[in-house]
Write a protein that binds this ligand. Structure first.
Ligand SMILES: Nc1nc2c(ncn2[C@@H]2O[C@H](COP(=O)(O)OP(=O)(O)OP(=O)(O)O)[C@@H](O)[C@H]2O)c(=O)[nH]1
Ligand SMILES: [Mg+2]
Length: 344
């Protein structure tokens, strides 16, 4: 997939991603080697479907209920469809754009019936989700430094823990850096993830300057052959201005200490906050130039359409989606799998 989790030492036919590793462990009962890939991919979609079931219920089940028994695509149907799509947080502009195109295609007799309209919606959403996807720019040598940020409670630390697990499982040497020194419990939370995943954590006392925590961690990492360094940052400071200035400083310090770093600036967004996710992306992107997004808590929302909305508004790739609190519930984002899990 994105090559993030390539095994360091390729064993015979090692899976491409840690997610694949987990999947293949679960599908060891595959009836024959030839059938294995199909079973694996169906298992993956099944689990994703479970994680996205609220969105599937609110979006596609409602679309299908609306389409049931109808043959013609008329203005009333498109009006009702508009409401369903907006309710699922696809965003007014995205929905307007999609339905205007649908209407034009109906006028040109290119969309003949309801099933063609359903396929049109599916293709259109897949297109929005696929457009931005591009791989991370990993360094040719030295550690892959990932700075993780986002407002408080979105799931930064949990995502870092899940990522540490994925990277470790793929044979990488991982270091976690506790640059959220604002909240005393944040350091302990990261240490717990470190113990759970068996990776080292670099930290200082609560209240320490986050930039100096990062500086010291990079110094420590020097010549110790870490493959990946995941930096946890604070989600809450006294004011938003402080938070942004703090993040800019951390980024500058990283780059000075380790030219090219951070190689990934990942914003974590809580999908249950709906349209707020858009303003957060804009704010952080203007301040620190994001290179990646992760949307968490998709299991807890019926408004998963926000993923499509964000992809249409920004050109930042979505790397992962969180569909639960367990370690394996952080999934590599794949546009086609996501749409398949919602539409089928
Ligand atoms: N259901 C669900 N819960 C999640 C997911 N990701 C994170 N959480 C939960 O969200 C809560 C907050 O997660 P944290 O990782 O502490 O969030 P944070 O952004 O680090 O929070 P601060 O450090 O306070 O800013 C925890 O209870 C997590 O278990 C997800 O994908 N699904
Ligand atoms: Mg945290």
């Amino acid at each position: 997939m994105l090559g993030w989790f390539k095994k360091k030492k390729e064993k015979n036919k090692a899976p491409d991603t840690a997610a694949d590793t987990l999947e293949s462990q679960e599908s060891q009962t595959a009836p024959s080697p030839a059938a294995a890939p199909e079973v694996k991919s169906e298992g993956l979609i099944k689990r994703l479907k479970k994680g996205l079931h609220k969105t599937r219920e609110s979006l596609i089940k409602r679309v299908d209920a609306l389409f049931l028994g109808k043959k013609e695509i008329d203005a009333d149907l498109l009006d009702e469809l508009e409401e369903v799509l907006i309710t699922a947080d696809l965003g007014v502009q995205t929905v307007t754009e999609m339905l205007e195109e649908a209407k034009n295609q109906v006028d040109r007799k290119e969309l003949a019936d309801i099933s063609a309209l359903r396929a049109f919606l599916r293709d259109k959403m897949t297109g929005y989700l696929s457009d931005n996807q591009r791989p991370a720019e990993k360094p040719d040598s030295g550690p892959f430094v990932i700075m993780v940020l986002g407002v408080n409670g979105v799931g930064k630390t949990t995502t870092i823990g899940k990522l540490a697990h994925k990277f470790k499982e793929s044979g990488n040497k991982v270091l976690l850096v506790a640059a959220d020194t604002f909240r005393a419990a944040a350091i302990d939370q990261l240490k717990i993830w470190g113990e759970r995943t068996g990776v080292e954590v670099s930290c200082q006392k609560p209240g320490a300057d986050p930039s100096s925590v990062v500086f010291d961690a990079l110094e420590y990492a020097n010549n110790r052959n870490f493959d990946v360094i995941l930096v946890d940052t604070a989600g809450r400071l006294h004011t938003q201005v402080n938070l942004i200035e703090e993040l800019k400083k951390i980024k500058r310090v990283m780059n000075r200490k380790c030219p090219g770093a951070p190689h990934e600036v990942m914003l974590v967004l809580d999908a249950t906050t709906g349209q707020n996710a858009l303003s957060q992306t804009k704010l952080f992107n203007e301040a620190v130039e994001l290179t990646a997004l992760t949307l968490t808590k998709l299991d807890g929302t019926a408004k998963g359409g926000i993923v499509v909305n964000i992809c249409r508004e920004f050109t930042i790739p979505i790397r992962f989606i969180g569909v639960g609190e367990q370690m394996a519930d952080l999934r590599d984002f794949d546009a086609h799998d996501f749409i398949k899990a919602i539409f089928t």
